[in-house]
Design a protein around this ligand. Structure first.
Ligand code: ADP
Ligand code: MG
Length: 226
């Protein structure tokens, strides 16, 4: 009986991850579609054609990489768990999101102390990419994003603090619920994937938020043994 329950839960995770694949590849596919439509423009210069084709190819490659990453997650055998430095991984994620933050006039403050946990690097990166992206999106008129990591007893604590739109109690309660989104083009899968990945890595998530003031997410993981 018990093992059946576990199996059902696992399948649910897999189907939810499958749903998030479509979430993640929607943007690149939309870009590809747009540029292919542009290629139909009469009397387009060869130079413009070459550029549009290159953009479409780059986006297809991106979509492919994302799918590979998710399918790797879905295979139990390749759920590689290793010791990872949260500060290094967070720096990588921040670097990926820096252009987007810059576009939103968001200033990023890093307070990263070295700390190790045990987990899957791709889960970790995907999780924090989704959470930090939301924080940037919560500040459409700019603001400050403060990301910190530190050791506290046997735990590693990561905080993501924004000065954005904040959440109501109802929104906070629905955080992580699949398809819950307050955004016009949102899909509501980013937090679901992030919460699942935090749970998989034995972590917890705490939300503190005030409307029009901002949100602070506190994620706690067990510290890796030395
Ligand atoms: P999406 O970003 O596509 O809307 P997510 O699952 O990533 O989907 O987020 C779900 C919802 O949670 C968002 O639409 C938003 O209402 C809320 N949310 C998440 N993070 C924040 C944040 N930092 N500030 C305000 N609201 C947030
Ligand atoms: Mg999101």
């Amino acid at each position: 009986m018990r093992s059946k329950l576990v199996k059902v839960e696992k399948m649910e995770v897999v189907s939810q991850l499958a749903a998030s694949i479509s979430h993640e590849i929607r943007n690149p596919l939309t870009v590809v579609k747009g540029f292919i439509q542009l290629l139909k423009t009469p009397s387009l210069s060869q130079d413009a054609k070459d550029r549009y084709i290159q953009i479409a190819l780059d986006e297809i490659n991106r979509a492919e990489a994302i799918i590979n990453e998710y399918l790797t997650f879905a295979k139990p055998a390749s759920n590689k768990v290793e010791r990872l430095m949260v500060d290094d991984q967070l720096r990588k994620v921040i670097q990926m999101l820096a252009p987007m933050a810059h576009m939103h006039s968001v200033e990023i403050v890093e307070q990263l102390q070295p700390a190790a946990i045990v987990g899957n690097i791709q889960y970790f990166q995907q999780c924090f990419l989704n959470l930090i992206k939301n924080s940037v999106e919560a500040m459409p008129n700019g603001g400050t994003l403060t990301i910190s990591s530190f050791l506290h007893g046997n735990h590693v604590i990561i905080t993501i603090k924004d000065t954005g739109v904040g959440m109501t109690t109802e929104q906070m309660n629905r955080f992580g619920e699949p398809y819950f989104s307050t955004k016009e083009k949102g899909t509501g899968l980013g937090t679901m994937v992030a919460v699942k990945m935090i749970q998989t890595m034995q972590g917890t998530l705490h939300i503190q938020s005030e409307v029009n003031k901002g949100t602070t997410l506190t994620i706690t993981f067990p510290k890796a043994a030395n």
